[in-house]
Design a protein around this ligand. Structure first.
Ligand SMILES: Cc1ncc(COP(=O)(O)O)c(C=O)c1O
Length: 515
């Protein structure tokens, strides 16, 4: 084997020359597609959100996967098809979900992560990503008022996983034997959550073996969406009297449907009174911590909680999935709950705190920290503030517009965060029209379903709709404003579009509509 002289420049191996060329070729083919995608989203009134196709059509268009390799051009063609048929979540009128688009710096981060292609479990294979992860958790924990010296946490693949890790840490704190032995008959664990909380918390109860029936559902207020704190206090007391062992409360900072914010101060004092772990699911509403308009009121008491789950990708325009679980004053609780003693992987070193994998349920972990860190660097806290304030201001504006058009629209409740929940009334059912007094709950439900179908067909905008069975509320639109790129002046357009799509709806059309 010939070893190059140390003064001679080592030639790049042929396969790496090829890889570099292939990369350049792909970039040159894909860059125009990306630019086109971004620019199309920037013409939202004439660009449809999606080109709808059924699975078989997509499979045909993509072509089969075969034994033979494909050319770069063929791969680029498949990427073009991916762009063509994928939903444009960056489009300002994609309002169907709690996330939307992402920033260029976050997109490039994803690309760099794929090139560096490593796992964020131990520091020595991911030094930069590990440091970024710890730093982001510290920074976001600080925003929520956690003690800077004790903030700990992890990035997780989803808010559901963050909620689960919080429940597992609480379980370990109260029932340390479960890790090894499983539950004992005398444990009788019970936990509490708002009836309007995200379904993931019930799944967490299922996964951690206590069972969903032991996640007790506390009712919330019809108008604010906030948990009934007195009912919580009574429920905790009641369970103790039955001989059960309460150990965990999940409260909400931004419920999925109504956008309700719980009274964290009062919930925290109930938790402290009974020694319960207080977790806050701020996955959705957490981004408003950056808004000076609401920070001081709706987040009061968050700093006293034991853990917070927060998804920057929902409100702050970072890429899916950038999700944080932060703990407060919990002395390594995540590591204690999850450590596997895998000595082949984790070694005690001066930088062990950056061996993040041992605190999680995963071995291999994606380097989501780069996207989060870079988006935070690009925006700065002030950029996040602007974004959160803008979402809040647009919510207030559209709420005013809805109230001003009370013949056409009706608010379900007064928004607390940025969920605007409202019903639409088609002309046929309005005051003085033929169908006045005929707008039953069934008709209301089907009106919103029918307009949503039209939204999907036309692709001009997408706003989600849902019922709220807890209060027997028929389907309504739920606009969830966040860091998407809609403008203030788009708000009247959204309402006008709904009115246009609903203008010909009457009882006959609804009677024949099969949702
Ligand atoms: C309040 C709340 N918590 C948790 C989640 C779950 O987050 P993920 O979808 O990242 O698992 C959601 C998702 O919408 C949510 O709204």
């Amino acid at each position: 084997m010939q070893v190059p002289d140390e003064h001679e420049e080592e030639p790049v191996r042929e396969e790496f020359v090829q890889m570099s060329k292939e990369f350049e070729q792909l970039i040159s083919l894909v860059t125009p597609m990306i630019k086109n995608h971004i620019e199309e989203c920037g013409r939202p009134k004439t660009t449809p959100l999606t080109k709808w196709a059924l699975p078989n059509d997509l499979l045909r268009e993509l072509g089969p996967l075969t034994n033979e390799p494909s050319s770069i051009e063929e791969c680029a063609k498949a990427i073009e098809t991916t762009f063509k048929y994928s939903l444009k979540t960056m489009h300002p009128f994609f309002m169907d979900k709690l996330y939307a688009g992402s920033d260029p710096v976050g997109q490039i981060a994803e690309y760099v992560v794929a090139i560096l292609n490593t796992n964020v479990h131990v520091y020595h294979v991911s030094p930069v990503f590990s440091v970024m992860e710890v730093e982001c958790i510290r920074l976001f924990g600080d925003q929520f008022g956690f003690d800077p010296n004790t903030i700990d946490g992890t990035l997780n693949p989803g808010g559901s996983m963050s909620n689960m890790m919080a429940l597992l840490a609480a379980r370990h704190e109260h029932f340390p034997h479960v890790r090894q032995e499983g539950w004992r008959a005398e444990d009788r664990p019970v936990a509490f959550t708002a009836l309007q909380s995200h379904y993931s918390i019930n799944r967490c109860a299922m996964v951690c073996g206590m069972g969903m029936n032991q996640m007790i559902q506390i009712p919330s207020d019809r108008m604010t969406g906030a948990m009934d704190v007195e009912a919580l206090d009574k429920a905790v007391q009641g369970e103790i009297e039955k001989g059960n062992t309460p150990f965990f409360v999940n409260s909400l900072a931004g419920s999925t449907v109504m956008g309700g914010f719980d009274d964290q101060e009062k919930i925290s004092s109930i938790c402290k009174k009974h020694g319960l772990w207080h977790h806050i699911d701020a996955c959705w509403g957490g981004f408003l911590i950056f808004s000076d308009r609401c920070k001081r009121t709706i987040f009061k008491g968050c700093e006293k909680s034991d853990s917070i789950a927060f998804n920057p990708h929902k409100g702050l325009g970072t890429p899916v999935q950038t999700c944080i679980l932060m703990t407060n004053n919990k002395d390594n609780a995540l590591k204690k709950a999850n450590t596997s003693g895998a000595e082949y992987l984790f070694h005690e070193t001066e930088y062990s705190k950056y061996d993040i994998g041992d605190k999680t349920l995963s071995c291999g972990r994606r380097a989501d920290s780069l996207a989060l860190w870079l988006c935070t660097k690009r925006q700065g806290i002030n950029g996040f503030k602007k974004l959160a304030d803008a979402a809040y201001d647009k919510t207030m504006y559209i709420t005013r517009l809805i109230k001003e058009q009370s013949d056409k629209f009706e608010m379900v409740n007064e928004p607390v965060g940025t969920n605007t929940c409202f019903w639409y009334t088609p002309p046929y059912f309005r005051k003085g029209a033929e169908g006045e007094n005929k707008y039953t709950d069934q008709y209301k439900t089907n009106t919103h379903k029918l307009i949503f179908e039209k939204m999907k067909e036309e692709g001009k905008l997408l706003i989600q709709h849902n019922p709220l069975p807890e209060f027997n509320l028929p389907n309504f639109f739920r606009l969830t404003l966040k860091g998407e790129k809609s403008r203030m002046e788009d708000m009247p357009y959204l309402l006008d579009e709904i009115d246009r799509m609903g203008s010909n709806i009457n009882s006959t059309i609804l009677d024949n509509f099969k949702p």
